[in-house]
Design a protein around this ligand. Sequence first.
Ligand SMILES: [Zn+2]
Ligand SMILES: [Zn+2]
Length: 341
Amino acid sequence: MKAMVLTKIAPIETHPLKLMSIDKPSIKGGSDLLLEIEACGVCRSNLHLIEGDWKKYGVPSRLPLVPGHEVVGVVKATGDRVRNIELGERVGIQPHFRSCLKCEYFLAGRENLCENAEITGETVQGGYAEFIIANEQFVTPIPDSIDSEHAAPLFCPGITAYKAVKAAEPAAGKSVGIFGIGGVGHLAIQIAKLYGSRVVATSRSKNHIELAKKLGADNVVVFQNPQGQFLKQLAKDEGLLDSAIVFAPSDKAIDAAIKSVKKGGIVVIGVLGSISEFPTFDEKIIKGSVIGSRKDMADLVQLARDSDLKVVIETQKLEEANNVLKRLKKSEVEARAVLVP
Ligand SMILES: [Zn+2]
Ligand SMILES: [Zn+2]
């Protein structure tokens, strides 16, 4: 099969992903599914992995590697213990490929926190290819009304946005700030609106600001340095917010978000970064958020089916992966690029 393979960590400008013909994966375990891939989203974390930014976290743990962790495909073969998924069914795989099925996190329905999890496109082969093996217990069926290209981003930015928005406790009469409007933020804006919140979006990219307005943000405040200018504008327009969610990978954005919420307010951080100053006596609540559980995934797919949630995508050929990632690095992708084999 055709795949874009990473053999060596290198800057994306040197086109480290090579188009190769590799063996089609085969069913090994009883719960395995063989999927013929129809779409795979291109994520900023793929870029971090390829360029070696996450070597300190042991990522990637193997080379050569097929990256890609928001994957939709059609089931072409099943292991002998598969009961709930049928041949021909269309399903999605999220970054959380599989967990240990026995730790306290798994038993509490928080399997995204499992310490012995497999990660799609990191510890197991991912979706920049024509076929992939998935696990029956960790895939989510996709309704016919959502095509594969629009479904794929639900499986990483979608679930990331959904879980973080829920953690921010959105409600009618409450305001929520969304810091960073890309693949994740553009969905978070819409999901927070579905809960009836007033949504204040912020970004430094002009394209993203236009996108936020188009998707129904109640207000858009341009993020700028120095931060004081931004906070002043926000105070003038909105006062302090009930909650804020950070998807912009920047310590400055995290700091600004903490300063943007009321005393006792909630700040949800969905990126790696550090907190420079924590105002203890303001009793603010800081929560981390990472992807989500299988239940979150199924709930989000249902929400996407039953609402007018718009997944903003551009479709590109699998072979274009290097070029797409280069554009992502320069913030030239409007919301989400999706590779089609
Ligand atoms: Zn991702
Ligand atoms: Zn576990």
